[in-house]
Design a protein around this ligand. Structure first.
Ligand code: GLV
Ligand code: GLV
Length: 328
């Protein structure tokens, strides 16, 4: 009888953690989420689930699986799991912080550069044979990063890693908006200034989102926010789609209220607003690749499995996001 159900295929390094600990487990070989009813059916009786961001784990799952005691999400974000329902049912939820910080900041930076220097459209231009020689006033004229202001929305681990790249590598000025002040050492290192959201919007040349999706952060980037931004500004989102009102973003890009966007996450993945698909200038799109390097994704799988192993062996998992469940 399996103690652990892995809802979708993960890297073997993660599975090996359970094997080596002698913990009976079952992994679905597929790479797509199960409908809830099927998930419940296949996970019946297990104490642990290892889940991916595309799995929706809500009240109905906790209710139907009374033996369930831990859900280990292979992600730093856990908005796919109803945390208060988990806590009510005494189920600990874990995530995979730290291991994906640098990879995700790399992706945010790549999208910022891609939109600023118009890489996707330049690539298409060359491939389609439209390049007929160097011209001074090249069609794909971009904008500088050096000396510009980067506004970080959410100065957590990933926000700080993005800011480090921008400040140390590209000579950018850093503003940030966060619920609390960053440690003084970090502010000093980055010469970063904490500002109200309105100032972040009005003073930044680039705004990069690094906050989790919660009821409080849903649609913080609205039509009004875009109106406050510079018409030359570029928005970067590698956090979660629902922070941005995607329809409002399309309008803002169309009307020139902001200049561009680099987006790795969307409101209704894998759906992308058709308006975004039509915006081919200064807009770079990617399919939720933030942590998608082999090293990082492998470490995430290992970390989730380690959280399960620690818990099932009676120790505290390292990455509980509702540790109050363990205290009881
Ligand atoms: C991926 O989106 C994550 O939260 O790790
Ligand atoms: C996630 O790890 C964050 O704190 O940004």
């Amino acid at each position: 009888m399996s103690r652990v159900f892995i809802t979708q295929r993960i890297y073997p390094e993660g599975v090996r953690i359970l094997e080596q600990a002698g913990i009976p487990h079952q992994m679905r070989p597929d790479e797509n989420p199960l409908p809830t009813a099927d998930l419940i059916e296949q996970a019946r009786g297990v104490e642990a689930l290892i889940t991916l961001v595309t799995d929706r784990i809500a009240e109905d799952v906790f209710q139907a699986l009374p033996e369930l005691r831990i859900v280990a999400n292979v992600a730093v974000g856990y908005d796919n799991i109803d945390l208060s329902a988990a806590t009510r049912h005494g189920v600990v939820v874990t995530n995979t912080p730290d291991v994906l910080t640098e990879a995700t900041a790399d992706m945010a930076f790549a999208l910022m550069l891609a939109a600023a220097r118009r890489i996707p459209e330049a690539d298409r231009f060359v491939r389609e044979g439209r390049w007929h020689g160097w011209t001074l006033m090249q069609e794909q004229m971009g904008v500088d990063l050096y000396g510009r202001t980067l506004g970080i929305f959410g100065m957590g681990r990933i926000g700080a890693a993005m800011a480090r790249r921008a400040h140390h590598g590209f000579g950018m000025r850093i503003l940030y908006t966060n619920r609390s002040a960053a440690p003084a050492g970090l502010e000093q290192e980055l010469q970063a200034e904490r500002v109200p959201f309105e100032r972040l919007l009005s003073e930044s040349d680039f705004v990069s989102i690094h906050a989790p999706a919660t009821p409080e952060t849903r649609h913080v980037f609205t039509a009004d926010a875009f109106r406050r931004m510079k018409p030359t500004a570029i928005l970067v989102n590698t956090a979660r789609g629902p922070l941005v009102d995607e329809a409002a973003l399309v309008n803002a890009l169309r009307s020139g209220e902001i200049a561009g966007a680099g987006l790795d996450v969307f409101e209704e993945e894998p759906q992308v607003h058709p308006g975004l698909l039509e915006l081919t200038e200064r807009v770079a799109l990617a399919p939720h690749l933030g942590s998608a390097t082999l090293e990082t994704r492998t470490r995430m799988c290992v970390m989730a499995a380690e959280n399960v192993r620690e818990f099932l062996q009676g120790r505290r998992p390292a990455n509980a996001v509702n540790p109050e469940v363990l205290a009881g």
